[in-house]
Ligand binder design. Structure first.
Ligand SMILES: Cc1cc2nc3c(=O)[nH]c(=O)nc-3n(C[C@H](O)[C@H](O)[C@H](O)COP(=O)(O)OP(=O)(O)OC[C@H]3O[C@@H](n4cnc5c(N)ncnc54)[C@H](O)[C@@H]3O)c2cc1C
Length: 670
């Protein structure tokens, strides 16, 4: 690996680089997919691989030392991200068991639950499920219909599925392996409801048979993730001891008296969900890793594959020399850099907040928790939608070869598709992000669609939008340094100014639209009519946040060449976003027609400048060749080197190929 590539990798690897280095030593067969397995064989293999991960100490970082963990939140999420370079079925199985199920026990339970369950969760001797979603309600968790009713006579909770719509659905681990589930249900004591709480419900006996009162079904074949046993659960008056209530945020005394450290029911609900934010951060990281695998495969193929000759030339043209090919892959590559740096910042933020939260009695500053939740939702949306778009583009960029399972891309596409839906549907999450830009909203109302909420949001937004767009220091510093309307488009202050202007304008426009809604007879309709604007407000806000992370990442880079290259990558990322939204910038007078054309020209110039570095840029992702699992990414190169008499084992370093690329593209430089 060249000095430049390793300097880039250092920036991308971030604070938990040592965990990434450790993960890179994982043997491929511990976690790589086998596309030829049928569903049952795949599930069996994933189950065995879970034990291999236990042996490698995989899950320990997520839990406290007294239960066998090391309590390094950042390390845990980083190790999970690295797992996403392998079989995504294993990743999701691990995420459900250790992240969602184990995370719920750790964060919603108290010492008695930790002592009883965490050691066997860490070593996977007690496979678990996280049973939140129901057939009738997914995004609207507050409306779940499963009940957990306290029976004071027997000191038990009675868990029940009152109608078919309340059946738990899509639950990872339910169909085959799960023995204990964290079930989310409406808690009822003395005839009074206290909102959604989590209760531990055993599902199967030692032999794997469903326990009395529990009906377990299969979700059947899915588009991807065949190695995950998603299933359905119904409860017919299933009795569990009162102590099975995960009681950190709400408890029941033996006489049935309910108590909670958080009085407001909505606030309690959001605090409970907020403590589970790690899952969302993990999915964002996993989406980023899978996208980087796809980009590495497609870029390597694009640098190798030749098609058509130009007049007077004997040699065929390398795909990556076509401007369209550069346009398809390089802006996505640039955005992957941006998202990795934004993810690293997010993981640090999560680490700070959850390290405190994991202490017995640990209390987290509310502002920090909310910022974390909003940031996690933002990055999750961006990273997963980027994955879906980019992996499809990579598939097409590899032509027919991209459609073959042996080249990994079809499976990556199928497995990551659902990332936009689980751990929070992206459209719903964006609305949360937009609402998060309002002060005081969440304490008062939980749902999006009640009249009172709509009135409240409208009033709040009108009053607070300007204050809430107050920028973080880095953005402000950049904006202050912006030279004015006609500054160099490659200057970060100029780019930041465009992003910040757009964010302010869109939010203020939203406030203007919502003001009359607060007074209207049908506020829901008015609010509903602004929904697209609401989503746009969130999206442009996230664009600014991610650019900020990119700039901060460049600031931290000490290698001069790497800084210069990163700066170009950031230019391409930022200007591609501006280019995609040129109509808005023109319509709102933020760019003149001449300057809009200059944006397009600058993007094209950047593509030409970055093309010689395409290989170094993907090599800096640091994906071991054996993890690519695509013969088009490694096979052709190995064949060529073997034919040239060189040692095939060196086939994956940037070496000869990169310099050849450098030469062939020299003519393309501006
Ligand atoms: C493979 C897989 C694994 C899963 N694993 C688990 C698991 O282990 N445990 C678990 O509890 N759940 C699990 N889930 C469920 C998952 O979390 C839900 O599918 C997700 O929360 C979305 O809920 P839903 O499917 O009911 O969609 P809905 O909420 O019904 O959404 C359907 C569509 O409506 C749109 N929509 C919804 N509300 C609004 C609104 N207010 N405004 C505008 N548009 C809206 C959404 O954007 C979406 O496009 C899994 C799902 C899958 C597919």
């Amino acid at each position: 690996m060249s000095d430049l590539t390793s300097a880039l990798q250092q920036v991308l690897d971030g604070r938990w680089a040592h965990i990434k280095a450790q993960s890179r030593t994982l043997a491929a067969d511990t976690f790589m997919p086998d596309p030829d397995l049928d569903q049952e064989a795949h599930r069996r293999r994933v189950f065995e691989q879970m034990h291999a991960l236990v042996a490698a100490g995989h899950a320990r970082a997520a839990f406290r030392p007294e239960y066998g963990g090391t309590n390094d939140v950042g390390a845990s999420v980083t190790a999970f991200e690295m797992l996403a370079h392998g079989d995504l079925s294993l990743l999701v199985k691990a995420g459900v068991h250790w992240g969602l199920f184990g995370g719920a026990v750790a964060n919603l339970g108290t010492e008695v639950h930790h002592r009883s369950y965490l050691p066997s969760i860490i070593n996977f001797s007690l496979p678990g499920c996280f049973a939140m979603t129901e057939t009738g309600h997914g995004s609207d968790v507050a409306a779940l219909a499963t009940t957990a009713t306290f029976d004071a006579e027997t000191d038990e909770l009675v868990v029940d599925t009152p109608h078919p719509g309340a059946r738990k659905d899509y639950i990872g681990g339910a169909a085959r392996d799960g023995r204990l589930a964290v079930v989310f249900a409406q808690l009822v004591t003395g005839g009074q409801r206290h909102g959604v709480h989590a209760v531990l419900v055993p599902l199967r006996d030692e032999e794997g048979k469903a326990l009395p009162g529990i009906t377990i079904g299969e979700c059947g074949r899915k588009a991807g993730l065949a190695g995950v046993d998603n299933g359905r659960l119904s409860f017919d008056q299933v009795r569990v001891p009162r102590e099975n209530l995960l009681n950190r945020y709400g408890d029941i005394a033996p006489d049935g008296t309910y108590s909670s450290p958080i009085e407001n029911e909505t606030r309690r609900f959001f605090t409970m969900l907020g403590s589970l934010v790690r899952g969302r951060v993990s999915v964002a990281g996993a989406a980023g890793a899978a996208t980087r695998t796809a980009l590495t495969i497609a870029v390597r193929y694009g640098l190798d594959r030749r098609q058509f000759t130009t007049p007077g030339e004997a040699a065929e043209v390398t795909l990556m020399d076509y401007r369209t090919h550069q346009r398809r892959l390089l802006p996505a590559l640039a955005t992957s850099y941006a998202l990795q740096l934004a993810q690293n910042d997010l993981v640090e933020q999560l680490h700070e907040v959850q390290t405190v939260l994991s202490e017995p009695g640990g209390v987290v500053d509310e502002g920090a928790q909310r910022l974390l939740e909003s940031r996690a939702a933002s990055i999750k949306v961006l990273a997963t939608s980027h994955a879906t778009r980019t992996i499809q583009e990579c598939r097409e960029a590899c032509g027919g070869a991209g459609y073959l399972s042996e080249n990994r891309l079809p499976q990556l596409k199928a497995d990551t598709d659902v990332f936009t839906t689980f751990e929070g549907d992206n459209t719903v999450l964006l609305q949360l992000v937009a609402k998060g830009l309002l002060t005081g909203y969440r304490d008062s109302f939980g749902a999006l669609d009640t009249v009172a909420t709509v009135r409240f949001v409208a009033r709040q937004l009108a009053a607070t939008v300007v204050e809430r767009t107050a920028l973080r220091t880095l953005s402000q510093r950049l904006v202050d340094a912006a030279p004015g309307k006609d500054g160099d488009l490659r200057s970060r202050p100029v780019q930041m100014q465009l992003f910040v202007d757009r964010e302010r304008h869109v939010l203020e426009g939203l406030a203007r639209r919502l003001r009359p809604v607060a007074r209207s007879a049908d506020p829901f309709e008015g609010f509903n009519n602004t929904q697209d604007h609401l989503l746009r407000a969130a999206r442009v806000h996230v664009d600014r946040v991610v650019l900020e992370s990119f700039e901060a990442g460049i600031d931290r880079c000490e290698d001069e060449d790497a800084r210069a290259l990163l700066s170009k990558v950031a230019d391409l990322h930022a200007l591609s976003i501006v280019e995609a939204d040129l109509a808005w910038f023109l319509a709102h007078g933020r760019l003149s027609p001449a300057r809009a054309k200059a944006v397009i020209a600058t993007v094209n110039a950047l593509l030409a400048e970055l093309r010689p570095h395409a290989r170094s840029l993907v090599d800096a992702f640091g994906i071991p060749p054996a993890w690519l699992g695509a013969s088009i990414a490694t096979g052709i190169e190995a064949e060529r080197q073997a034919a040239a008499g060189t040692d095939g084992s060196d086939a994956t370093t940037a070496g000869t190929d990169a310099s050849a690329v450098e030469e062939s593209s020299a003519a393309l430089a501006p």
